[in-house]
Structure formats: C-alpha cells, structure tokens
Design a protein around this ligand. Structure first.
Ligand code: 4NP
Length: 152
C-alpha cells in the first residue's frame, strides 16, 4: 500500500485539512492509500485542528474532528512514498532532514492549474476566506495526487 504524508508548519490548519480532503478523494477513486499529516514545528502537538479549519471542513461535508497535531519525525521518510509540503519553507525544512531518494515535493505541484512553486498559504493569521481558499487549493491538488497515484 502507498503512503502519503502531508506537512505544514503547525499541523492544525493546512495539512490536516489536506489530509481529510485527500483521504476522501482517494477513497472515492477506490485507491488504497494511507494518508496522514504532520507539522515541521511541534508547538501544537496533541491539539485538535484549528476551529476555523474544522468549521470550513464541516461546511463542505468533511469531518476533521478526530485529528490531533503531530510533529514530523525524520524516521517517517522510510515509511512514506510521498512527503508533500504545503509551502516552500516547509519543503526546505523537510529536504534538509530527508534521506537520499526521499520523494519530497510541494503539494500544489500536483495541481496542473497552479503556477510553478505554488504554495498553500498559511491561513492562521487571517480570516474565514483564507481557510476557504485553502480548501479549494487542497481539493484541486488532491485531485492531481489521486491521478498521479493511479498512474504510479
Ligand atoms: P498550519 O498553520 O501550518 O497550516 O497548521 C499554522 C498554525 C500555527 C502556527 C503557524 C501556522 N503557529 O505559528 O502557531
């Protein structure tokens, strides 16, 4: 079985939203892939998703209530086929600790409509619209990840 880990900074907004959306997208396509998420920072470890992220997910029919934040552990590279960063800072942080051969990319690089090096911007200090933008971005990228995993 393939395994994909989605990574942002705090693991309370972007990557757990992406985890919930990608898991459903893959299940709808009948793809047997394990999806999880983590943050490169550990400040929020053990906490549930940000309530604004939970609210947007709920408004669009997703349930993020079981999520608890975790910090990414470099040992996980060996147990994941793809590690996907939400932004370039987190991509850099991951590549700095990745073993040779680890497949670490930007999540939105799987969205054919996104510009090169496109990020999922941090919505933490903004309002509801930022979280809605994140949801739209992760839905589009999840579709691309699903297509990729169907072919690879
Ligand atoms: P995330 O958002 O990386 O999408 O989970 C953030 C959550 C918390 C912080 C930054 C970003 N923080 O600095 O506490």
């Amino acid at each position: 079985m393939k395994r994909v880990c989605l990574v942002c900074l705090g693991n309370i907004c972007r990557s757990p939203m992406a985890e919930v959306v990608l898991r459903r997208t893959l299940a709808e396509r009948g793809l047997d892939v394990e999806v999880d998420s983590a943050g490169t920072g550990g400040w929020h470890a053990g906490e549930p998703m940000d309530e604004r992220a939970l609210a947007i997910l709920a408004d669009y029919g997703y349930d993020g209530s079981s999520h608890r934040a975790r910090r990414f552990d470099s040992a996980w590279f060996a147990e994941r086929d793809l590690v996907l960063a939400m932004d370039r800072d987190n991509l850099r942080a991951l590549r700095a600790i990745a073993p040779p051969g680890a497949d670490v990319r930007l999540f939105r690089s799987f969205d054919p409509a996104a510009p090169e090096d496109a990020e999922v911007p941090d919505p933490y200090y903004g309002g509801r619209q930022g979280f809605l933008d994140v949801l739209r971005m992760v839905e589009a990228a999840s579709d691309g990840v699903a297509k990729y995993l169907e072919d690879h």
